[in-house]
Design a protein around this ligand. Structure first.
Ligand SMILES: [Zn+2]
Length: 232
């Protein structure tokens, strides 16, 4: 009996050591809701989920899903995929709330200002802002990437992401384009805005809320980022 208990203790001790070792190995990469840090990563990608709080962005034509909600889902997915590739990532918006100061007169302005401050504070390698599109013409569909006019590195990054979206999704909405968006204009760091698809198109909305499709879109964006980082 005595020997038996001792054996059991040894087994438990071995199991505990195993669990501690296992945790130690996997704790080297740590993940919270908004920080996906890989030690010694040469790069930091700042992911910006568009909208939030009182600003829900555009709305799904069939399900009424808010763009702000999907932007956050996609941003977390992309951050996880980057971390798996050994690239650190952070999110500007970590929950459903906007980034504005509640007491500000102009909440949209306050929200955008905060996003700019985060870019300046983090000094990331690059910025990717995630959005969903909408248009009155319901047949409009496809993902598209935008960059700041005159930012050559931003243009290369946008083209790399757009070509990966094209090869992974089968179709996109044209080429990467110059876009007049605050998040790409407010910095000289390569910054792009990805419109993942149209919530005003019923078929595309069904895809955009589907987990497998979300994985596919984020995989394509991640591949575009990796291609850019390898070449720049
Ligand atoms: Zn948007």
């Amino acid at each position: 009996m005595f020997v038996c208990i001792k054996k059991r203790h040894i087994v438990i001790a071995i199991l505990l050591i195993g669990i501690i070792l296992f945790s130690a190995i996997f704790a080297t990469n740590y993940k919270t809701e908004y920080v996906y840090i890989v030690p010694n990563s040469k790069y930091l990608v700042l992911i910006d989920p568009g909208h939030g709080g009182i600003d829900g962005g555009c709305v799904g034509i069939e399900t009424g899903v808010y763009e702000s909600e999907l932007n956050l889902t996609y941003s977390r997915n992309l951050a996880s995929q980057l971390m798996n590739m050994g690239i650190s990532a952070k999110l500007t918006r970590t929950d459903e709330n906007g980034l504005y100061d509640e007491s500000a007169k102009n909440l949209k302005k306050s929200d955008m200002k905060k996003r700019k401050e985060i870019i300046e504070q983090e000094v990331p390698t690059l910025v990717v802002s995630i959005h969903m599109n909408s248009y009155t013409l319901r047949s409009s569909h496809g993902a598209q990437t935008f960059y700041k006019n005159g930012n050559e590195k931003g243009k290369t990054l946008a083209m790399d992401i757009q070509s990966q979206l094209k090869s992974n999704l089968g179709y996109v909405r044209g080429e990467a384009q110059v876009g007049d968006y605050y998040i790409v204009n407010c910095t000289e760091i390569p910054s792009v805005l990805v419109e993942c698809g149209f919530l005003s198109n019923q078929n595309e909305e069904r895809l955009l809320i589907d987990k497998d499709y979300q994985d596919k879109v984020c995989y394509a964006i991640m591949c575009g980022i990796v291609k850019y980082l390898n070449e720049n």
